[in-house]
Design a protein around this ligand. Structure first.
Ligand code: NDP
Length: 248
């Protein structure tokens, strides 16, 4: 039996980057996955290249910053699939700038998506989890939520806030068999990070004991573990997946 057979999973920001890798990983182990995203593929467009997994992954348009949008998509999912077992809060944005130059808009956009968005999705989707007496929530943080990073005061604050949120909700929901954890990636190879120059990449890798950046699959492996029964006595934790860049 596959680890996620008969499980219904929701991955926010699930149509690209790390979220897509997570959606594919959960589906490869049997989950039916809803990939929520701001922009979703056109009808007929191949977005999951693996033909065996594609039928298990349904893209749905949603905006994590809007209660209305998340309530609507949650109602649709519940109508179709009756339950939500796993929520992966992955959608996130960056608007990097030094504090002196950071605008209020740049601050608000990052906090609204990365922190308030997680609050909205978790608040709405824990309702069915509470009546099921079962849920697994994994929030995608970042190493900079623990280390800080020049030029990312907004982003690192949002990811640090996510740690407090994870621990608080884990305490609130443990008695309902809802487990809440955080995976905090270091530097991950995605189209966004591919844009850095070779010098910038080399400067980063010099501080990573494993001497490479993470592949999206390194992150999805950790997420799948925390979403599975193998982690049934783990809640309120931050699992750092950063090649040793930060050792907590
Ligand atoms: P991407 O930008 O590749 O993917 C993020 C996805 O989230 C995009 O599809 C994006 O849509 C979507 N999204 C953004 N805002 C919203 C919204 N309001 N509602 C719904 N979907 C939204 O990022 P990554 O895959 O690199 O990052 C995924 C997560 O991992 C993020 O939380 C990020 O902070 C975290 N992370 C990433 C690291 C890295 O090195 N890449 C390192 C550490 C953490 P659209 O494209 O339309 O904006």
């Amino acid at each position: 039996m596959k680890r996620f057979e008969e499980k219904i999973a929701v991955v926010t920001g699930g149509c690209r980057g790390i979220g897509k890798a997570i959606a594919m990983r959960l589906a490869s182990e049997g989950a039916k996955v809803y990939a929520l995203d701001y922009k979703i593929p056109e009808p007929g467009e191949v977005f999951i290249e693996d033909a065996a997994l594609a039928p298990l992954i349904t893209p749905k348009q949603a905006d994590v910053t809007s209660f209305e949008s998340i309530q609507k998509v949650t109602d649709e999912i519940l109508e179709e699939s009756k339950r939500i077992d796993i929520l992966i809060n992955n959608a996130g944005v960056t608007r990097d700038n030094l504090l002196m130059r950071m605008s209020e808009l740049e601050w608000d956009q990052v906090i609204n998506t990365n922190l308030k968005g997680v609050f909205i999705c978790t608040k709405v989707m824990t309702k069915p989890m509470m009546s099921q007496r079962y849920g697994r929530i994994v929030n995608i943080g970042s190493v900079v939520g623990s280390m800080g990073n020049a030029g990312q005061a907004n982003y690192s604050s949002s990811k640090a806030g996510l740690i407090g949120f994870t621990k608080s909700i884990a305490r609130e929901l443990g008695s309902r068999n809802i487990l809440v954890n955080c995976v905090a990636p270091g530097y991950v190879r995605t189209p966004m990070t591919d844009q850095l120059t070779d010098e910038q990449k080399a400067a980063f890798i010099v501080n990573i004991p494993l001497k490479r950046v993470a592949e999206p699959e390194d992150i999805s492996n950790a997420v799948a573990f925390l979403a599975s029964e193998d982690a049934s006595y783990i809640t309120g934790q931050v699992l750092h997946v950063n090649g040793g860049l930060l050792m907590d």
